[in-house]
Each structure stands twice: as structure tokens, then as C-alpha cells.
Design a protein around this ligand. Structure first.
Ligand code: ADP
Length: 252
């Protein structure tokens, strides 16, 4: 579904992605982990064509991302970036309706309105649909943005740290939601995430990045190993099996 081949990217003399290749099958949830500055956001932005690559190729569902028309790409792939620029005088409903733009081009049909309402319902914001974005908490606003990309109704969903600003309840609910999007709707979900325990519990595969390269990838069992995590983060962790979950303890 997502084929990344020999992608490199530099800023000035600094190489932030160094010959990255990765092949992700259709469906399932992939978590991208790694320390700050590893190149996770850069890679996601390149896959979504928000940033040009210096060399390499990316295909999404057979589409060459560098060449595909914008409208075609936007119906195949949605991305939620970090720090979405806020347009405060927009309501939740209006923001989420932007997700329908690649389908409706601004003229929403009844089916578009239905998708918007559905997406708002998924993130539990129904009662706040008419609120302006600057009248929401950080977490509620984050969920509104998640609803916007869900409403775009694409095969492939890329999310850069969607759990930022979310409390425990909504962080867990968001991961379950993304899991459901993969399981029930067959979407290919790629999520950059810092909480490796969420990655362990919800992902089908984990891609670990460091210094502009993919250092490991595999099923959670392969990555949730003390030596592997120590090599990625330079941090002593212990791994514990709790109620069928493989969790890393690293809080002190
Ligand atoms: P991550 O998402 O893993 O934290 P990023 O992809 O955001 O990493 O950044 C990778 C590296 O690229 C970092 O060292 C960052 O400082 C650098 N970088 C990102 N954007 C720019 C930019 N616009 N100009 C210069 N350097 C950048």
C-alpha cells in the first residue's frame, strides 16, 4: 500500500532522512516511534507530499506521490499534522466539513453532511459540533482535527502525534478508534506516537526511527524488547507482561 524507496532529505548540510526504504501492506495500524529529531514527521510529510524529497520515490496504493494530481491524492490519503494552524472562528462542523473538500469541492451533498456528522460522532464531539474551535480545550480541538481527516474518507490515514494534548481517556479512545478504522473500515493507518506502550497495545507493526534511518521494524513483540528500546532511545527500560499487554516501564 505504501512503498517508500530510497528517500533522502537534507536541510542544508544536515541529512534528516538517509536512504529510507519501507514497504507497508494495505490495512492495519503501523506505529512510527523514535526520539525527537529522528525524522518521523519529515517522513510522514514526504509521504503525503507536503514536503519535497531530495531523492527517492513514494507510492501509495500504486500512485506515484510526486506525480499524482492533488485531487486524486487527497481522496487516497489524509494526513493530520502536528500544530495545525488554528482558524478560531470556525466551528467544529465547519472544520470537519473541510475533510470533504476533495469529494465535494465545497458543495456539500447530503452524503457529505452525513460523513461529517459520522466523523464528529466518532470522536465524541456531537454536542460541541456548533462550538468555535477557540472555545474548545486542547484535547477537544485535537479530536476535531482527527474528525476532519476521518471525514476525508481515504484508504490511508497518516497521523503525526495525534495523542498530543489528549487526556488518558481520549488518548486510549483515539487509539481504539484508529484500530477500528483499520479493522472495520480496512484503512491503512500510520501513526507517529511517543507512547511506546500505546504502540505496543494497538499496532500491528512498529517502525523505529533514529538519526534519519529506520533502525528496526516488525511486530510489537520484536520491538518491545529491553535491548531494542535501549538502542533506540538510549534508555534503560524493563518490559512487563500485564494482562496480555507487553509494556515498557521507563518512568524513572
Ligand atoms: P521527528 O518527527 O522524529 O521529531 P523531524 O522529522 O521533525 O523529527 O525532524 C528531523 C530533523 O530535521 C530534526 O533535526 C529537525 O531539527 C530537522 N528539521 C525539520 N524541519 C526542518 C526545517 N524546516 N529546517 C531545518 N531543519 C529541519
Amino acid at each position: 500500500m505504501i512503498e517508500i524507496a530510497h528517500v533522502s532529505k537534507s536541510y542544508g548540510a544536515t541529512r534528516v532522512l538517509d536512504d529510507v526504504s519501507l514497504s507497508l501492506p494495505a490495512g492495519g495500524l503501523t506505529a512510527v516511534i523514535g526520539p525527537n529529531g529522528a525524522g518521523k514527521s519529515t517522513l510522514l510529510s514526504i509521504v503525503a507530499r507536503l514536503l519535497p524529497m531530495d531523492s527517492g520515490q513514494v507510492h501509495v496504493g500504486g500512485l506515484d506521490v510526486s506525480r499524482a494530481p492533488g485531487q486524486v491524492l487527497a481522496r487516497r490519503m489524509a494526513i493530520l499534522r502536528q500544530n495545525n494552524a488554528l482558524t478560531p472562528r470556525l466551528t467544529v462542523g465547519e472544520l470537519v466539513a473541510f475533510g470533504r473538500f476533495p469529494h465535494s469541492r465545497g458543495r456539500l451533498t447530503a452524503a457529505d453532511h452525513e460523513k461529517v456528522a459520522q466523523a464528529i460522532g466518532y470522536v465524541d464531539l456531537g454536542p460541541l459540533a456548533h462550538r468555535f474551535l477557540d472555545e474548545l480545550s486542547g484535547g477537544q480541538r485535537q479530536r476535531a482535527f482527527i474528525a476532519m481527516v476521518l471525514a476525508q474518507d481515504t484508504d490511508c490515514l497518516l497521523l503525526d502525534e495525534p495523542l498530543n494534548a489528549l487526556d488518558l481517556t481520549h488518548a486510549a479512545a483515539t487509539m481504539r478508534l484508529l484500530r477500528r478504522a483499520a479493522d472495520e473500515l480496512g484503512k491503512t493507518v500510520v501513526v507517529v506516537i511517543h507512547d511506546i506502550n500505546f504502540a505496543s497495545c494497538h499496532a500491528d507493526r512498529i517502525v523505529a526511527m533514529k538519526d534519519g534511518r529506520i533502525v528496526r521494524h516488525g511486530p510489537p513483540e520484536a520491538i518491545m524488547q529491553a535491548d531494542v528500546l535501549a538502542a533506540i532511545y538510549g534508555l534503560a527500560v524493563t518490559i512487563h507482561e500485564v494482562e496480555g499487554m507487553r509494556l515498557a516501564a521507563y518512568y524513572r
